[in-house]
Design a protein around this ligand. Structure first.
Ligand SMILES: Nc1ncnc2c1ncn2[C@@H]1O[C@H](COP(=O)(O)OP(=O)(O)OP(=O)(O)O)[C@@H](O)[C@H]1O
Length: 237
């Protein structure tokens, strides 16, 4: 369902040096499988989600989502493929300010190629306990409410793959569990594969598989071997 082949990504830092961030030889997620990605801050989790979704192009390597090789297309085509196949819950929600909760979820549907009814948008918002907030705009909602709208929007178009970047980071434990449950149930009911980034092991342990990015990423292995070579040289001196 999701397959990565030899993904490499580096960024030019403000001092002009190009720094490698990712070198992932391979990674796969099966249809309907729910996987959690963990790793220390700055190790490249968000960058990897951006590459999988086609928001960012890798320096080299291939991304296949639902049989389509995303990496061979232009940015505008990747945007269309993402709207059709991928739901994305951003760390910062990315809700549109001038629109109500219901309209934000409906926008998730209308950007996708598949047809879906407004009744689904309403049903999803009711499912996340926001049936009484359909007309509220983002500035009229709490952080937890906004996050639940973002999840409803991401799954509204019935994507093949849901990517969620720390979807429970800024919410209280009760809302956290509600968001986790919504993601789990919706993905299971609709056979949506999922890749979620979280720093919470309590959240991570509720899913099928937990993957440490450091174990997939050769950049980290190279850093470790350089560091251990340096320390053993130091030890000999
Ligand atoms: N556009 C950019 N230009 C330069 N460096 C960048 C850019 N985007 C990310 N980086 C660097 O790439 C590394 C990985 O960033 P990323 O946001 O993927 O980390 P992360 O694992 O998601 O971190 P966190 O858990 O803190 O959200 C970081 O060191 C970051 O500073």
């Amino acid at each position: 369902m999701l397959r990565l082949e030899n993904i490499k990504k580096s960024f030019v830092q403000p001092d002009g040096k190009r720094v490698p961030i990712l070198d992932v030889p391979s990674f796969e997620i099966a249809a309907g499988e729910q996987v959690v990605l963990i790793g220390p801050s700055g190790c490249g989790k968000t960058t990897l989600l951006h590459i999988i979704s086609g928001i960012t192009k890798p320096d080299s390597g291939k991304v296949f989502v639902d049989g389509t090789e995303l990496t061979r297309y232009s940015e505008s085509t990747r945007d269309r493929i993402r709207a059709d196949k991928i739901g994305y819950v951003f760390q910062t929600f990315n809700l549109l300010d001038g629109f109500s909760a219901l309209e934000n979820v409906l926008l998730g549907i209308s950007f996708g190629a598949k047809r879906s009814s407004p009744a689904r948008a309403k049903e999803l918002l009711e499912k996340v306990g926001l049936g009484h907030r359909l007309g509220n705009k983002p500035h009229q909602m709490s952080v937890g409410e906004k996050q639940r709208v973002a999840v409803a929007r991401a799954v509204a178009n019935r994507p093949a793959l849901l990517l969620a970047d720390e979807p429970t980071a800024n919410i209280d434990p009760q809302n956290q569990q509600q968001v986790v449950q919504l993601i789990k149930d919706t993905c299971r009911e609709e056979n949506i594969a999922m890749l979620m980034v979280t720093h919470s092991m309590e959240v991570a342990n509720q899913f099928d598989r937990v993957v440490q990015l450091d174990e997939l990423n050769r950049v980290v292995a190279d850093l470790r071997s350089t560091a251990s070579a340096a320390s053993s040289e130091g030890g000999d001196a």
